[in-house]
Write a protein that binds this ligand. Structure first.
Ligand code: UDP
Ligand code: MG
Length: 331
């Protein structure tokens, strides 16, 4: 039988996971698919884990629970889920029911019927967000698509279904700073873009504030393009050219027209401008350098505290690294 795996990152989703389980189970029963759920508890501070354990007790032939030792972020949760997925098809889906589990069946049907597609990515045709957020999200896609060679189709979320080879390809990218949107796109393969309408959250509120979205956007840009680094070369070249030109102007003014240039204000403004630019560019370099530094430590992407697998065996404390990835993160 064809097996589908649902990877569900959960961070403080105590009021959603049970409902998610029921809705998803209802969607998958009476279908030709075998299925498993991998709930990844990303260091929730509420009762999410308690409820996940109950779900596991209730249905340990379908429910897997991976619980992190702390909050590692959704990207790490996705990685852990993919790593433990055993299905022919693997879907990443949110726990809050904004993405209805019945849509997963549509995705599976698309892949079943079209051999040529390797993954199905859902995108929101219309966003139900405020105009300000929509504007900034639009800007983000414009900027990153201009700068990066990887393609970032606007509105595409992490909600997607992949065949095995795509999952393996994404897992082979074992970087610490993960930006899934980009990783999914970077690995290539043929993706079918399926429109969907995001629903309201079943319970709780979004984990994203404007600031965290902004950081996420910067992370994405830095992870997928080095264009900002080249800005310094461009700015440097521009100002060198401009200063040579200005030098000539000053010399000509002095020699032929005996005009004295008022030194103090010009000097101060040029010093401030260049000083500011240098700090700005140092900052950009610092962003890349710090990531290189963190990557160089080769820390594991996540650390498990508890792992309940659907075959009812329980193991504790494992790290999220490839065993063959020597030196990386033994705990
Ligand atoms: N999530 C996570 N770790 C985090 C933040 C979020 O695993 O640090 C999960 C969250 O539980 C949910 C999904 O990621 O299942 C999407 O989060 P959210 O609904 O807050 O984002 P939005 O739908 O607003 O983009
Ligand atoms: Mg959500």
């Amino acid at each position: 039988m064809i097996k589908a795996t649902l990877v569900i990152p959960c961070y403080n989703e105590q009021d959603n996971v049970r409902e998610f389980y029921s809705v998803a189970t209802a969607a998958f029963s009476n279908t030709p698919y075998e299925y498993e759920f991998i709930f990844v508890n990303d260091g929730s501070r509420d009762d999410t884990l308690k409820i996940l354990k109950e779900l596991y007790k209730q249905d340990n032939s379908h429910v897997n629970v991976i619980s992190f030792s702390r909050n590692f972020g959704k990207e790490a949760a996705i990685y852990a889920g993919l790593k433990n997925s055993t299905g022919d098809y693997t879907t990443v889906i949110d726990a809050d029911l904004q993405q209805h589990p019945r849509l997963v069946l549509d995705m599976l049907n698309i892949l079943e019927e079209n051999e040529d597609y390797d993954s199905v990515a859902a995108y929101q045709e219309e966003r139900r967000e405020g105009t300000v957020l929509t504007f900034f999200k639009g800007m983000f896609y414009k900027i990153i698509n201009k700068m990066s060679e990887t393609e970032f189709p606007p509105g595409v979320s992490d909600f997607r279904t992949m065949r095995r080879p795509v999952v393996d390809a994404v897992l082979s990218l074992s970087e610490y700073h993960r930006f899934s949107k980009g990783l999914f796109s970077w690995v290539g393969f043929d993706t079918y873009y399926m429109p969907y309408m995001a629903e309201e959250r079943f319970a709780g509120s979004s984990k994203w504030s404007f600031l965290s979205l902004f950081k996420y956007a910067i992370n994405g840009i830095i992870a997928f393009t080095v264009t900002p680094l080249k800005i310094s070369t461009f700015i440097g070249a521009f100002f060198s050219g401009a200063s040579i030109l200005y030098m000539f102007i000053v010399i000509i003014q002095k020699i032929f027209f005996s005009i004295d240039i008022p030194g103090y204000p010009t000097l101060i403004s040029v010093i401030l401008l260049l000083g500011g630019l240098q700090l700005f560019i140092l900052g950009i370099i610092g962003e890349y350098l710090s990531r290189t530094y963190i990557e160089g430590k080769r820390r594991p992407i996540y650390i498990e505290k508890l792992h309940l697998t659907a075959t009812a065996t329980e193991t504790e404390t494992k790290t999220g690294t490839d065993e063959d990835n020597a030196g990386r993160g033994s705990s």
